[in-house]
Design a protein around this ligand. Sequence first.
Ligand SMILES: [Mg+2]
Length: 120
Amino acid sequence: MDLEDLKAHITDFIDKRDWRQFQTTKDLAESASVESNELLELFIWRNGREMDEHLRSEEGNDMLENVKNETSDVLFACLAIAEHLGFSLEDAFLTKLKELDERYAVEKVKGKVVKIPSKK
Ligand SMILES: [Mg+2]
């Protein structure tokens, strides 16, 4: 299953519920932001390295399920934006990946934490 298949599932999900009438790009972008913050909220005031260790342990299974759930909500919102506007998220993502690959050329950034501004 690829992103286009997932997008088709979202089309079906939205149409069966007659929710298209309530959705604009702005609403879906807000949803992507809210869901992204729900993912972030799982980690608030916690140590990142300790959380990684916890998530990879048996004791972290419930938390990992929460991370999977919120990550899926973010993907749903992103795919819903692509579905709403009729573009291929897969193509957009590959274009973005190419841009990042050029902006963050390995010889410039390997082993470094750097922020290189976008030319756009
Ligand atoms: Mg959520």
